[in-house]
Design a protein around this ligand. Structure first.
Ligand code: GLC
Length: 417
């Protein structure tokens, strides 16, 4: 299926297929709830053909916001036996059953995109979301900074679950006995494409700790067993601050607080520069060690508005080693595994953010990346992720965010993302 019109139609069909009324699930079976950044990207896709539906996606996401400002990474609108760990394990303390951690804050960026599609209709919708977005961004600034860079407190918080970025911090965890549990993910997808039991024991240990502490951030921060400063969080938050400030200006609000946050993060991003690899990297805040991973998150710098010449050299080297860029891990890295989730595969949403950032900075690699992503999806469909050497599709099928970024960015018919 290579015809562009057919692909546009198929992508819209997938968004509708995964629509559960006001929110979309990432894909049936494997991910049966509302996921935070997935929903924000879904809104970008909906905005191409149904702006009103795009707004409701974002509004439903914020319906799960906690009193402390946090917007959870999963919102469990209705029970589903097919997913583990579910609401009973997480024991979230928000208005709707949810997980207890967040995810990369791309919502404000997507809100701005949706607004731009129809500013007249969008003004009231943005106005209603503005304070909520501000509270969420403030929560990150209050609870997730280390030397000015944004951190994660669980591998799932970065949205890059099993990335090598967390290997050292994960190895330092002693999960003890987390009790018996049954994973559901490997009933939907082959286990060679998913994280391992070693990983899952540790994921669960961190969830159990948070639940035991009632998800009280101050209590969790004390003796935290896992805290990694990460380019995904830092760069998406920096970008989102800029977009929120722009929206604030449209609404006539004073944005000086956001401007101060931007300056703080711009400074903090420098603490993610690994001098050995000459690349942005994750830093374990407990030990100060680098992950030494050249990941697709490293290349979100342009999206964050930071142009660092060395990063274009790194990008050229990384792209050289694969057919479809940008891999979640440099293929020359010994830890690379082309089909295993965030340890090698290429992901459409990451390409979209990297490509958009490059293009905004006037770098031609952005358009090349868009074209390469368009080829990947036309040749291999709307899977969750792909082997970057062959394009072989992996993980879940008929995937919401892959369809969404086709519509909003990769398709020749997309309005520039
Ligand atoms: C996986 C991904 C995460 C995503 C979720 C739903 O956990 O790592 O980024 O949000 O699936 O698609």
């Amino acid at each position: 299926m290579t015809n562009v019109t057919d692909l546009d139609t198929e992508a819209r069909r997938i968004l509708k297929l995964n629509d559960r009324g006001g929110y979309t699930i990432p894909t049936a079976g494997l991910y049966p709830y509302q996921w935070n950044w997935d929903s924000a990207f879904a809104a970008l896709g909906f905005a191409q053909f149904d702006v009103d539906r795009a707004w409701s996606e974002l509004e439903t996401l914020f319906s799960g916001q906690w009193e402390n400002g946090m917007v959870p990474h999963i919102i469990f609108h209705q029970e589903d036996e097919g997913y583990f760990p579910g609401p009973d394990v997480w024991q979230g303390v928000g208005p709707v059953a949810s997980s207890g951690i967040s995810q990369p804050p791309v919502a404000a960026t997507m809100v701005r995109k949706v607004y731009d599609r129809d500013p007249e209709q969008g003004r009231a919708r943005v106005a209603a979301l503005y304070d909520k977005m501000l509270a969420w961004h403030g929560w990150f600034m209050d609870w997730r900074l280390d030397r000015g860079a944004a951190c994660i407190t669980h591998p799932w918080e970065a949205g890059r679950d099993n990335a090598p970025d967390w290997d050292n911090a994960m190895a330092a965890l002693d999960p003890g006995d987390v009790g018996p549990y049954t994973r559901r993910d490997i009933t939907h997808v082959d286990s060679s494409m998913r994280p391992t039991k070693y990983d899952y024991d540790r994921y669960l240990f961190l969830v159990q700790r948070g639940a035991r502490l009632n998800w009280d951030e101050a209590a969790m921060l004390k003796d935290t067993p896992f805290r990694v400063a990460d380019p995904t969080m830092t760069f998406t938050l920096l970008r989102a601050h800029r977009d929120l400030a722009a929206l604030g200006a449209v609404l006539g609000h004073d944005t000086s607080q956001i401007e101060a946050w931007i300056a703080e993060l711009e400074d903090g991003a420098k603490t993610l520069w690994n001098p050995d690899t000459q690349c942005f990297d994750s830093r374990d805040t407990r030990t100060g060690t680098w992950s030494n991973a050249i990941s697709n998150a490293s290349f979100l710098c342009w999206y964050a508005g930071l142009d660092v010449p060395e990063m274009r050299d790194r990008l050229a080297e990384v792209l050289e080693a694969v057919q479809y860029g940008v891999p979640s891990l440099d293929a020359r890295d010994l830890r690379f595994d082309g089909m295993r989730y965030w340890r090698g595969p290429v992901w459409g949403i990451m390409n979209m953010m990297i490509g958009t950032g490059l293009t905004e900075m006037g770098h031609l690699e952005g358009e090349a990346l868009r074209q390469s992503t368009a080829d990947l999806l036309s040749e291999h469909g709307f899977a969750e992720y792909f082997d970057p050497r062959t394009g072989e599709p992996a993980g879940g099928k008929s995937f919401t965010w892959t369809a969404a970024i086709w519509l909003g960015w990769a398709s020749p018919n997309a309005e520039a993302a």
